[in-house]
Design a protein around this ligand. Structure first.
Ligand SMILES: *Cc1c(COP(=O)(O)O)cnc(C)c1O
Length: 222
C-alpha cells in the first residue's frame, strides 16, 4: 500500500474545494496519526470517547477532532471538552446532555444531527421525519450552548451503488428542506457523508465533509 501521505494527497486531489477531509483514525495509534499530521492533515475523526481523550491529550493541540461514534450520555463531558464538532448526535436526549454540558463548561459546541437512512436496522440516528419535526417545531431555539451545523449520515452497507445513491439523495433533500423550513437558521451548512468506499457518490450529492479511514490508514486493528 502507498504511504499515508500519498493516500491523503491522492484523495485530497479528488475533493472539490468545498469538501473537507476528516481522516478517521479510530483504532490507529498516535504514531500513525502523526504520520498524517506531518503530511499536513489537521482534521481527524474518532468514534470512542476514551480513545479521543487519550489521543487529544498526547497529540498536537492544533488538531481538530470530530467525534463520529455513538456517544453515551455518561461520556459527554470528555467529548465536549475536546471535540471541535460532534457529528453523531443521534437522539434528543444526547443533544440535551451535550447542551447542558457545554453550558456547564462555558463553551459552545458544534454538532451535526445524525440521520438514519440506511437499510440496516439500528437504534442510532433520527429518522428524516423526526428531523423535520424538530426543525418545524423550532426546537433548536431552546439550545443555549450548542450550534447545529448540519447533518451526518451513513449509506446502506451494500455494494449496490443505486441504493447508496438513493440514500445520499434522501439526506441531501432533507438538508435542503430544513433550510426552507427554517431559513433563518444560521450556519447550517455542513453535510457529512461518504466513507472510503462511497465518498465520490456522497460528493456528487453535495457532501461538505467526507469521513475516510481505511483508504488512508489501511485496515483497522481491532
Ligand atoms: C469508521 C467510520 C468511518 C470511516 O470508514 P472507512 O470505511 O474506514 O473509511 C466513517 N464514518 C463513521 C461514522 C465511522 O464509524
Amino acid at each position: 500500500m502507498n504511504s499515508i501521505k500519498q493516500q491523503i494527497s491522492a484523495i485530497s486531489q479528488t475533493l472539490p474545494e468545498r469538501v473537507r477531509l476528516v481522516a478517521v483514525s479510530k483504532f490507529h495509534p498516535a504514531e500513525t496519526i502523526m504520520e498524517a499530521y506531518r503530511a499536513g492533515q489537521r482534521l481527524f475523526g474518532e468514534s470512542r470517547a476514551q480513545e479521543l481523550s487519550a489521543k487529544a491529550a498526547s497529540l498536537p493541540s492544533d488538531i481538530s477532532w470530530h467525534f463520529i461514534g455513538h456517544l453515551q450520555t455518561n461520556k459527554v463531558k470528555h467529548v465536549v471538552s475536546v471535540a471541535a464538532m460532534i457529528e453523531s448526535i443521534d437522539s434528543l436526549r444526547l443533544l440535551e446532555a451535550v447542551d447542558h454540558e457545554a453550558q456547564r463548561q462555558g463553551r459552545t459546541v458544534n454538532v451535526l444531527l445524525q440521520v438514519h437512512v440506511a437499510m440496516e436496522e439500528t437504534k442510532f440516528g433520527f429518522t428524516p421525519d423526526e428531523i423535520i419535526e424538530y426543525f418545524t417545531g423550532r426546537k433548536f431555539e431552546q439550545l443555549k450552548a450548542t450550534h447545529i451545523c448540519g447533518l451526518m449520515a451513513m449509506a446502506s452497507n451494500t455494494d449496490d451503488p443505486a441504493r447508496i445513491n438513493d440514500d445520499f439523495a434522501r439526506v441531501a433533500e432533507l438538508f435542503r428542506r430544513i433550510i426552507t423550513i427554517a431559513p433563518d437558521l444560521r450556519g447550517f451548512t455542513e453535510l457529512s457523508m461518504g466513507m472510503s468506499d462511497d465518498y465520490p457518490i456522497a460528493i456528487s450529492h453535495g457532501a461538505t465533509l467526507v469521513r475516510i479511514g481505511s483508504s488512508i490508514f489501511g485496515p483497522r486493528q481491532y
